[in-house]
Design a protein around this ligand. Structure first.
Ligand SMILES: Cc1cc2nc3c(=O)[nH]c(=O)nc-3n(C[C@H](O)[C@H](O)[C@H](O)COP(=O)(O)O)c2cc1C
Length: 138
């Protein structure tokens, strides 16, 4: 099974999860600046919330995705308060005709003094086993 990992981060939290997912699956996590140029079964997409919305870089990446290159997207996210970016990301992807897995990985991300150290070691380990479970189930 072919997988890829893309993420957008402002302060490094989502990159921690993306790197853990990628390492677990034996690939490199790349920023959304790197277009997806190969056909994959699963695309793990890492994002987070800024002023209640996902960054325009995530929107642009999704708008430029070729739906024929992606079997399904797996949402991975961090946020200080919101439960996940799942609904926002799913809406954008489904508008492009790209399937989104129901399973997602989300954890708290540090925001100034809030949730210091998050994602922590346990979150990183949980993201890695989540990725293996989803990819193994394909
Ligand atoms: C400019 C800015 C705005 C944010 N707005 C929100 C918000 O509206 N809701 C929320 O839950 N978290 C908010 N956060 C917290 C981030 O979602 C959280 O720190 C996340 O883990 C950041 O991920 P990143 O380090 O990958 O950029 C905000 C963070 C920043 C830097």
């Amino acid at each position: 099974m072919k997988v890829a990992v893309r993420y957008y981060t402002k302060t490094g939290n989502t990159k921690k999860l993306a790197d853990a997912v990628a390492a677990a699956l034996g690939v490199e996590a790349e920023s959304v600046e790197t277009p997806l140029n190969e056909k994959v079964d699963l695309l793990f997409l890492g994002s987070s919330v800024y002023a209640a919305g996902v960054d325009s870089a995530i929107k642009e990446f999704i708008n430029n995705l070729d739906p024929s290159m992606v079997g399904a997207v797996v949402n991975v996210s961090t946020a200080a308060l919101l439960p996940s970016t799942y609904n926002q990301v799913r809406k954008l992807l489904e508008a492009r005709g790209i399937a989104v897995k129901q399973e997602e990985f989300h954890c708290r991300g540090q925001f100034h003094a809030l949730h210091k150290g998050k994602p922590d070691e346990a979150d990183v380990a949980a993201a890695a086993s989540f990725a293996k479970k989803i990819a193994g189930a394909e």
